[in-house]
Design a binder for this molecule. Structure first.
Ligand SMILES: Nc1ncnc2c1ncn2[C@@H]1O[C@H](/C=C/CNC(=O)c2cc([N+](=O)[O-])cc(O)c2O)[C@@H](O)[C@H]1O
Ligand SMILES: [Mg+2]
Length: 214
């Protein structure tokens, strides 16, 4: 039977990456997606911007919206300090199965909690079910029309504190116009655009970093 793209990405990791070496997992996926078949990972160019923001924030608690195959999950978690935790939400069970194996290959199961379900349902449960107070960093990379409603939901659920950082992928391509308008015009956010390119291409894209001001 025909394999799926996420299955082929997992295969590339198992063939080319070293177990327990997160950066080799990131490198294996980037090489596969650049040379064999494109996939919607944040990628190596925007990934370097992601790395610099993670290192600057040095978060104890991270929320990722949209795991897909776990590329950015592993990339972020590989930079976290020892007792830090990353919760990643994924509602497609097939993608979740692949992502769990990619995370395991990287040896990062202790830092990452992959929760299956829709962000709109899970965000309101973060405090009671997952013992989260607030998130120091949120990486938004799921359906682009969910960025704004989920940001408002995180505010309503008290999951953001003064200084929490939202980092959003694809604000140019495919684009998140309503979200961008909101964070750039709201007095409660200080936003900054990091110009880059759509993963593995020369098309313009970028990340928007927005600090919640409380
Ligand atoms: N509400 C929700 N709760 C939980 N999981 C959810 C969710 N909505 C979507 N997801 C999951 O997040 C991923 C979707 C990503 C959409 N990205 C994209 O569509 C995308 C497209 C391009 N592109 O077309 O060039 C480039 C990119 O970097 C992209 O991230 C999928 O794994 C999907 O199952
Ligand atoms: Mg993306």
């Amino acid at each position: 039977t025909q394999s799926t793209r996420p299955q082929r990405i997992l295969g590339a990791v198992q063939q080319n990456a070293t177990r327990g070496d997160p950066r080799s997992v990131v490198r294996a996926i980037d090489q596969y997606c650049r040379n064999q078949e494109w996939a919607m990972n944040v990628g190596d160019e925007k990934g370097c911007i992601l790395d610099s923001v993670v290192s600057e924030v040095n978060p104890a608690t991270v929320l990722e919206l949209g795991t897909y195959c776990g590329y950015s999950t592993v990339r972020i978690a590989s930079l976290l300090p020892p007792h830090a935790k990353l919760i990643t939400l994924e509602f497609n069970p097939e993608f979740a199965v692949i992502a769990r194996q990619v995370i395991a290959w990287a040896g990062l199961e202790d830092k990452i909690q992959l929760v299956e379900g829709a962000s709109g349902d899970l965000i309101p449960k973060m405090k009671e079910q997952f013992g989260v107070e607030t998130f120091d960093l949120v990486f938004l990379d799921h359906w682009k029309d969910r960025y704004l409603p989920d940001t408002k939901l995180m505010e309503e659920c008290g999951l953001l504190r003064k200084g929490s950082v939202l980092l959003a992928d694809n604000v140019i391509c495919p684009g998140t116009p309503e979200y961008l308008e909101f964070v750039r015009s709201s007095p409660r956010y200080e936003s900054q655009y990091f110009k880059s390119h759509l993963e593995y291409t020369k098309v313009e894209d970028g990340l928007e970093k927005s600090v919640f001001l409380g």
